[in-house]
Design a protein around this ligand. Structure first.
Ligand code: ATP
Length: 919
């Protein structure tokens, strides 16, 4: 047990320095050694996970299912009627089915749980005087944590610095309005909700930045004390599963009614004994009910979640697996998702012209040069002697929070890559970031926020406080009135500078402008100080190349009928240039946030289908874009990383958060998290989603005919007043054997070739369309013919009911096994090497089911329980021929259907049939 921290100590009421002293810490962080020692003493910074449901509750939950209840009732009734053996077998089979469901669901839950573990949060700390990113679990009391907007506060913190900090504390206090934070101590008796000098674990930073001292971790935090619960474990129910539950209930009632009516007709019209008719009714119910289906769907979805995780898409809510398959529009951020987010300064525009910066990556190696008008060799520029360049780079370094370091020979950056590019550029000119920042004290700062689009700092320059601003150039032009020139100050020529911005951004470069102004007697910066009267210093263009994989993924989207749409905070020209490099289709024009604001919802809905690039967009515009696209019938995925992206992520059909760049707030709002922040991963997840849905459809289409054939054969036998070809117990056996072997195989099926070449699935369409319903009925009848045929043939040839029934059971299972191969492709032909033998799970399942059937047929114990009897090799040959015939007839049906679908498609292409325009 870790030693509890002195709870008597009211951290909110002591000064920051006292708190530091109490925890034996310093403003530049603990040493690694102390941190390790404290970790051993206090343990990991983790809350107890919610207790798992006990195993017996999960097992009992398996029995809470109408179908199973019918079986249990049947078992009890059989016992009451003196059929002890039947009752025992029913109980045995029910137990096995429940156990299988239990084990599989346990596995699925485990899989989801372990994937959730991949989302463990990180924390930015100062240790050994350096900024480091560590797992939040490794935090110890005394650590110094850096916070910025969107972060989830990782432990209870006494604030040491707070810059416009507001936190959203609903998780702790239930209050949903963000509260202001500051560093001065508050009264000892202040309520938790009003302790403004503290930031508490699991609350979210809504705005601003801060530095805080960890005063409590794990179970010692306020949230840890209130409850030992983290986040509730996700329920394993999805719309598809609910739809199946409903369908299952309706089917059960239908089957029950059919069973009772059949039994009554048998008793009243054919004068059969009531006792026997009851058993027939039970048999019919048991035979026709697909008991294994729910577990199989759960497994299909869990497999999907795992496959997606392997491809870096982490699913937070299970329904997302289904929805992904029907996505028709992907709204995606540009920076870091479509591009690499590895920024390098390439060009700098100063009042006297453009300077080119050489070198790639983060290594501070490169040169500055000026291009000549006559295209002759570039002329080197020395930053030390050039009047404007050195100053420009210094301001870029001071109005900046990023750091550059060399770790094991590799240059690494910490902080925002946009800012890091400026640090690297300054280092190329020989400036030392640490020394420069120490020499120019920073008194205050307004952090960069996407909505504000600039960052400002107040630094000491030659004893004079100076305001330094960097930000989006169009925004800064509004705030500047003059330009700083080597000769002095000049009037700002807006048109000239706009042309320069255009020249940089149309090359696909992200542009920043830098500005400054001397400022008097201000200790605390307000936005009003920064937003007027600035002196423009120049522009810098940053290169952020597109990701190779994204280019391919865009191409894949287009062929899959999915529209990729770029949403970026960047300049329209930059966005368009990058969109063109990526292969977006509608790239003639980009719509900006301002234009979106000027439009009504109806106008936006009209133009949204023709624009692929939205630039200078703020988070609130994202919400309108999703809504507009949804109003046009689109099923949308939307990416986001910031705290303000929450509403758009929630509104989208699939909210996608960035795993690396994304804030905890965004991850919380999202259905899916990208472990690699990569656009291509979204497309991979869509592909997996389509595959999972396909496989579930295939599984259902495969499983239902087995039940249909059994149900129909019992019903027909009773109605015709002949012997039952399959006894109730035998039907149970078939259901169980088929569900645990053949039924599982299709969940492992690979995606079909055209998976990403067809249009997205219509989410309103039912699980089984007319085509699949037809297939179920058609194959049910085929199998029915095989069962009746074999039964009558054997009864006549051998004169033994047990042999005839054994044949009927085996032909049904073998016919199903043959149909399993057909079901790998719903419409495509399986008459090829790949089509016949391409799936190992299918053949494994077939091998297993044959072994089980041999055991069932020949083992004396089985013969006693299930009434099976020995068969000869001629019988097996006959049954093999029958199942091959089933396979071939289904292939023939596919062929006829393919021809019909092709003809219809051709007709539609000629315009003879109405054609739905893609939204
Ligand atoms: P995307 O939406 O494509 O991911 P983004 O979210 O990175 O883009 P923002 O971060 O909102 O876009 O940036 C918008 C503009 O603000 C940029 O074009 C740039 O000019 C400016 N900018 C970006 N980062 C900073 C920063 N750290 N300091 C100052 N200005 C910045």
């Amino acid at each position: 047990m870790p030693r509890p921290l002195t709870p008597e100590l009211r951290w909110h009421a002591v000064t920051a320095d006292e708190a530091l002293a109490q925890l034996d810490s310093r403003a530049d962080g603990l040493s690694d050694e102390t941190a390790t020692a404290r970790y051993h003493e206090y343990g990991p910074n983790r809350l107890q996970q919610q207790a798992q449901r006990p195993w017996w509750k999960r097992l009992l939950a398996q029995l809470n299912n109408l179908l199973i209840l019918i079986l249990i009732t049947a078992g009890i009734a059989s016992l009451a009627l003196g059929h002890g053996l039947d009752a025992l077998a029913i109980v045995g089979v029910v137990t096995i089915i429940a156990l299988i469901g239990f084990i599989q669901e346990g596995k699925a839950e485990q899989a989801l749980e372990s994937i959730r573990g991949m989302l463990s949060p990180q924390a930015e700390v100062l240790r050994e005087g350096r900024r480091q990113t560590i797992p939040a679990e490794a935090l110890v009391p005394g650590d110094i944590v850096l916070l910025e907007s969107g972060d989830r506060v990782p432990a209870d913190l006494r604030l040491l610095q707070a810059n416009r900090l507001r936190t959203e504390e609903a998780a702790l206090t239930g209050e949903s309005v963000a509260v202001d934070k500051q560093t001065a101590p508050v009264d000892e008796l202040t309520d938790l909700a009003e302790r403004s000098s503290m930031a508490y674990a699991s609350t979210i930073v809504a705005q601003g930045t801060a530095l805080g001292l960890v005063v409590a971790t794990g179970a010692g935090t306020e949230i840890g004390r209130i409850s030992e619960m983290l986040r509730g474990v996700e329920k394993l129910k999805t719309p598809l599963m609910r739809q199946l539950d409903r369908a299952g209930r309706a089917l059960a009632i239908f089957i029950l009614v059919a069973a009772i009516v059949t039994a009554l007709i048998g008793a009243l019209i054919h004068d059969q004994p009531l006792n026997e008719m009851f058993l027939a009714a039970v048999g019919l119910a048991v035979a026709a009910i697909p008991e294994g289906l729910p577990a199989i769907v759960t497994i299909g979805l869990a497999l999907g979640v795992q496959a997606m995780a392997r491809r870096n898409a982490i699913i937070r809510r299970l329904p997302a697996v289904e929805t992904l398959g029907s996505i028709s529009t992907i709204f995606t951020d540009k920076t870091g998702t479509l591009t690499r987010n590895e920024m390098t300064a390439q060009a700098i525009w100063l009042p006297d012209g453009e300077i080119v910066v050489s070198g790639v990556g983060y290594a501070p190696e490169g040169h500055f040069s000026r291009l000549q008008d006559d295209d002759s060799e570039a002329e080197p520029v020395d930053p030390d002697t050039h009047p404007g360049l050195g100053h420009f780079l210094r301001v870029g370094l001071l109005c900046n929070d990023a750091e550059l370091s060399q770790e094991i020979g590799r240059w690494k950056i910490h902080g925002d890559p946009t800012e890091a590019a400026l640090v690297v550029a300054a280092a190329k000119a020989g400036l030392d970031p640490v020394a420069l920042r120490e020499a120019h004290d920073r008194h205050d700062a307004i952090p960069f926020e996407s909505e504000r689009r600039y960052m400002a700092t107040l630094n000491e320059v030659d004893g004079q406080p100076t305001l330094m601003v960097k930000g989006a150039p169009d925004r800064l032009l509004e705030m500047c009135h003059r330009v700083r020139d080597p000769e002095g100050e000049l009037e700002l020529d807006r048109q000239l500078w706009e042309e320069r911005i255009h020249s940089l951004s149309s090359r696909g470069l992200r542009v920043l402008a830098l500005a400054e102004k001397p400022i008097h007697a201000v200790n605390e910066l307000a936005e009003a100080h920064a937003e007027g009267g600035l002196l423009l210093l120049g522009l810098v263009g940053l290169l952020d190349p597109p990701r190779e994989e994204a280019i391919h993924a865009v191409e894949q989207c287009l062929s899959a009928g999915i529209r990729p749409v770029m949403i970026t905070g960047d300049h329209a020209m930059t966005a368009l240039a990058i969109a063109r490099q990526l292969g977006f289709t509608h790239t003639e024009r980009a719509l900006t946030g301002r234009e979106i604001e000027a439009m009504s919802d109806a106008e936006l809905q009209t133009c949204i289908v023709d624009v692929d690039v939205f630039a200078r967009v703020a988070p609130e515009h994202k919400l309108r874009l999703v809504s507009a696209m949804q109003a046009r019938g689109g099923i949308c995925a939307m990416t986001g990383d910031g705290v303000n992206d929450g509403p758009a992520l929630k509104r989208a059909d699939i909210g996608v958060a960035m795993g690396i760049q994304g804030t905890e707030a965004a991850k919380e709002a999202a259905e899916m998290v990208l472990a690699d922040d990569n656009f291509a991963t979204i497309v991979a997840a869509v592909e997996e989603g389509r595959k999972v849905y396909d496989n579930i459809r295939k599984t259902i289409t495969f499983l239902l005919p087995t039940n249909g054939a059994q149900g129909l054969s019992i019903m027909l036998a009773v109605l015709a007043g002949t012997q039952l070809p399959i006894s109730p117990l035998q039907a149970l056996w078939i259901n169980m054997v088929v569900a645990v072997t053949l039924g599982l195989a299709l969940a492992f099926e690979n995606g079909e070739e055209n998976l990403m070449r067809r249009r997205p699935r219509d989410p309103a369409a039912g699980l089984l369309d007319l085509f699949l319903l037809w297939r179920v009925v058609f194959v049910s009848i085929l199998l029915l013919i095989a069962v009746f045929g074999t039964f009558s043939w054997l009864l006549e040839a051998e004169g033994d009911q047990a042999v005839a029934r054994t044949g009927a059971v085996n032909v049904l299972v073998m016919g199903s096994a043959a149909y399993l191969i057909n079901s790998r492709y719903l419409l495509r032909s399986n008459l090829s090497l790949q089509g016949l033998f391409g799936s190992r799970p299918v053949w494994l399942a077939i091998g297993l089911v044959l072994l089980l059937q041999l055991a069932w047929t020949y083992l004396p114990f089985m013969q006693v329980v299930f009434g099976s009897a020995n068969l000869g090799w001629r019988h097996w040959l006959m049954m093999f021929a029958c199942s091959t015939a089933v396979f071939l007839v289904v292939e023939l049906e596919k062929r006829i259907l393919r021809a019909r679908f092709d003809a219809r498609r051709a007709q539609r292409q000629r315009g003879d049939l109405p054609h739905l325009r893609p939204h």
